[in-house]
Design a protein around this ligand. Structure first.
Ligand code: KMH
Ligand code: ZN
Length: 275
């Protein structure tokens, strides 16, 4: 089995310090949290940015500051910017970090309810526009799928030539409004992607570690971090992103799976020259 790629989703756009005081907002907090996560075994960092008060933003200037600070402390890590941003942001706003030519970016593959009155909008034309914006810059993409219809959309747009290989999926399961993160959900999605595609799984809340274990055993890859889950175990807040990464790494080693370095992750995902 290939080594395990661990992605750490450092902050997201929804969770706040009121939920867990260790959620990073500032440039310094993001850089420190990224460094600790990489030390613990993360090779990819999924990055949203916030203003100092915690408000999410997609401004290129803020991304630039955060990416530079993270690069200074983690020169080898794969930096993946979010083009999802927060619900309600425009297509143009969400695409701003692509102007910085990051190594990797997310490509969200469908619309879904996102709790309460929130809707995370990704129309077919949005997805095509984001795919173009990412691929034309030579940026490697991760296909974010919150339910089976999103996988189908990604494959359809791949067939039509809008989404190019290599296909690397992220199954984000357990969002209120998306697919839940039970084992049957994971198996359904995992069985729906092409043989030569790669995938990572991100379980929201209580789904994080049970899904991580399934992916570890299956040869897939794993995302953890405060964007998805703030608890180390039931009722115990994680003190840092690194604690969540360490837990995933420990689970992998217990299953006989080693952890990939960033260089190994680039090879496993076929990142070189194939964006
Ligand atoms: N914050 C969510 C509305 C992504 O990063 O590409 C969207 C999201 C997906 O987090
Ligand atoms: Zn995200």
């Amino acid at each position: 089995m290939e080594k395990l790629i661990i992605t750490c989703a450092l902050t997201g756009a929804e969770v706040t310090k009121e939920h867990n005081p260790a959620v990073p907002y500032t440039v310094a907090e993001m850089a420190r949290s990224a460094h600790e996560a990489v030390q613990a075994g993360a090779s990819i960092l999924h990055i949203h940015v916030r203003h100092d008060d915690g408000t999410p933003t997609q401004e290129a200037k803020r991304y630039e500051e955060v990416l530079s600070a993270i690069r200074a402390r983690c020169p080898d890590a794969i930096l993946q910017v979010s083009t999802g941003g927060a619900t309600g942001m425009s297509r143009r706003e969400r695409m701003a970090p692509l102007t910085l030519f990051p190594e990797m970016a997310t490509l969200d593959c469908g619309t879904l309810n996102f709790g309460g009155d929130e809707i995370f909008v990704n129309t077919e034309n949005d997805i095509i526009a984001f795919a173009e914006g990412i691929q034309s810059r030579g940026i490697y993409k991760e296909l974010e799928c919150f339910e089976k219809g999103h996988v189908d959309m990604a494959l359809r747009l791949h067939k039509k030539g809008y989404i190019t290989a290599p296909l690397h999926f992220s199954f984000v399961l357990g969002v209120v409004g998306g697919m839940t993160g039970e084992e049957r959900d994971f198996r359904f999605l995992r069985g729906s992607i092409p043989q030569d595609a790669t995938y990572s799984v991100a379980g929201i809340g209580r789904f994080e570690f049970p899904l991580a274990l399934l992916a570890i055993r299956d040869g897939g890859h794993v995302r953890v971090g405060f964007e998805d889950n703030i608890y180390l175990e039931k009722g115990v807040l994680a003190a840092s992103n690194a604690q969540l990464v360490e837990k995933a790494a420990r689970m992998a080693r217990a299953e006989g799976r080693d952890i990939a370095t960033p260089a190994e992750a680039r090879r496993i995902l076929r990142m070189e020259g194939k964006q």
